[in-house]
Design a protein around this ligand. Sequence first.
Ligand code: ARG
Length: 416
Amino acid sequence: MVDKVVLAYSGGLDTSVIIRWLMDNLRCQVITLTIDLGNQPKLEEIRARALEIGAAKALVVDARELFVRHFVWPALRAGAVYEGQYPLATALGRPLIAKLLVDAAREEGATAVAHGCTGKGNDQVRFDLSVGALAPDLRVIAPVREWELKTREEEIAYAQRHGIPVPVTRESPYSTDENLWGRSIESGVLEDAWQEPPEDVYLWTRPVTDTPAAAAQVEIEFREGVPVALDGQELESLALIDRLNRLAGEHGVGRIDHLENRLVGIKSREIYEAPAATVLLQAHRALEQMTLSKDQVRLKERVAQEYADLIYNGLWFTAHHQDLAAYVASTQRHVTGTVRLRLHRGAATVVGRRSPESLYDKSLATYETGDVFDQKAAVGFIYVWGLPVRVQAQAQLLKHPDGLLGLTEPQREPAR
Ligand code: ARG
């Protein structure tokens, strides 16, 4: 028995229909919760629609600061990019939405929470796991997994039968999700993996044919792995991300076409737009190359992949995450400095970096005057480094000299 449920409500068709479906099928009160993660929802309009459909209460929360501080910056510091392409905007938003759903359920005395995810995607997993970790006693209801409304048309018909106002804005032919770290776009013609995404998929980035002929330069200053200033001007996190989204988007930077591996085993073609994320991840990496040792860079790259998988797979609220986060935080204590990038025709290119914590030493690297590296010392180093190579060559490899060069030669004659 559920008598009160808190629904994560975006104001779109699915979640609008869900309000009514929950009321009719569970005979319970529905409290909607609409969360701003930088997706610029029309909060007042959405609130009013929820109440009009029959919600007992409509809550709205501006969670942008929380999102950046506790999710976006940690992911940036970790270098978390799923399968080398996706900066994880949607995936990062889910655990925070789950947390706020749980908070609201506690506040309102609800015994269940609900979301509008389908049974084929990653987002249901992220919500269900996060709620399960934070509040194992709460029931999670996902009507789209249960109901019989198979198509959009059936949903619209249901809405009309029940007097649910169908959102008036002409709905895009795609399924999209958006927050300040990026946009995710899928379905429609994008399901044809061979087909180039039509231009109407993109809202934040210009096509390269329409970007300024002149390149832009931008300097990004980081303090312990967190971006704090653009072009020498200190900015609040939200303003910094917003400005970079606009600037990089203007130059066509941040379009991603990813054929990704969903957790539920399906390969899916997703388009992402993430101008600020693309630039910041690239700049951050460049600064790490200057301020971390070779060993630190090597291990951190592996941790970044693990961290990205963990976010993608809905495992935010786990001890494994706490462990990795502690490692990442430790690696960032010297990642302070400034990176200069050029933005031009869809590409962001690092063109300079400097840091008060730099490990790059020009007097060691230089081929010009001022060289302090003792080249004679290299002989001893190579003698020791090469010792096992020479021993093995003499003991084994040189006894079969043909094999030394022919090792990788493919077999031409088919074996009979
Ligand atoms: N595939 C992405 C993820 O799992 C985005 C999912 C939401 N995308 C969407 N178009 N509704 O994080």
